[in-house]
Design a binder for this molecule. Sequence first.
Ligand code: GLU
Ligand code: MG
Length: 446
Amino acid sequence: MTTTHPRADRAAHARAAEAQLAADGIDGVVFGWVDNSGLTRVKSVPLAQLEHAAEYGVGAAPCFDVFLVDDSITSSPDGTGPVGDLRLVPDLDRLTPLAAQPGWAWAPADRYRQDGTPHPGCQRRFARQAVEALERRGLTVRAGIEVEWMVAREDGTPATVGPAYGMTRFVELSDYLRDVMCALTTQGLAVLQLHPEYSAGQFEVSVAAEGPVEAADTAMLVRHTVRAVSARHGLRVSFAPVFAEGAVGNGGHLHLSLWRDGRNLGHGGPGPHGLHPEAEHFLAGVLAELPALLALGAPGVASYLRLVPSHWAGAYRCWGLENREAALRLITGSAPGQANAELKCFDAAANPYLLIGAVLATGLAGLDAALPLPPETTGDPAGLDTAERLPASLPEAIDAFEKSALLREALGPTLFESVLAVRRAEAELFAMHTDADVIEAVRWRY
Ligand code: GLU
Ligand code: MG
């Protein structure tokens, strides 16, 4: 029996991909990964270097694990400061020519140590491991992340003056929106819907559900694509949690469904609204850990300017069928396969790999403990004395995260400590800022 080395497999994959990339007019490939602050960082190689890069990776400093949203750098207990190197290795299964950046292809990257072993701080690997833990139980998850953004002119003012959800916005930005949609579909993304959102200049695109890691990759690719199309139209985009004081912000709602043997466990079961016991326990596990999960899904100081009642952001720790003010909204859909749960409290600043991995870990813990869901919230939680607000600031979420033995164990020491260091440093960075200053500081960072 012959065995091949992962490095050799990756090199062979790159060789096989190269001819097609060249025929597609691709000159270079950009490798992207998301840091603990939620910013995508990249390296790129010319096409001729792809094989070598796939085999050995390209260098990336370990201190990227403790980068903040403003590019300042903090430290974590087992960090190595300016010393050491990691290898960024592209996942060529997801190699995609970029429709709005002619000559460039993109691939999401995993991070390895120089000896070829996985870096324990690699967020994408963390998500993959959470998927595998569920697979060992015979369970699979389908996921999707909604992408919302604000599009602006060079001077930062909204690029359209049309009303919320209005046709006026579609008329004013007709070519732009068509280019966004076509770029996404040309790249193989299954666009379900594109629409103007509530806030000035805001839009949303949703794509079909897929595997959790693939959904996180897709969320990144959608955002890069929207940004690239916007740049070609001379427009700027903001994926920041909030871009105008008091306004509805940019959510990054995470949709999930749990499956066993090809059956959606969110439909046709004996539990609330057709949930099967495993789906109920899974969701109860997520709900139980939601305050701690916010440190991953609402990772910035600005996140808590979005996560307020009456902004459809899901600021309450409760669940309800089609309840848009509950953090956990149950959706039955119009067909059995469509039933899913939407976690509304998360925003577009989240590292989607970190978030998805952690959500799956908390769901699995709920399954193990056979946790029941608490009673349903059927109206606006804002009107209820019993309604429990989720953390209202980053320090509150950090507190819950720090106390979560479950997330500490799931993330492992390297990842947990570096996330904690980054969150604490961001809270400190903005401690003396007014809300307006925070919004100003991060509006064009995400
Ligand atoms: N933009 C809202 C948010 O901040 C969500 C609007 C919606 O329900 O899609 O999450
Ligand atoms: Mg929306």
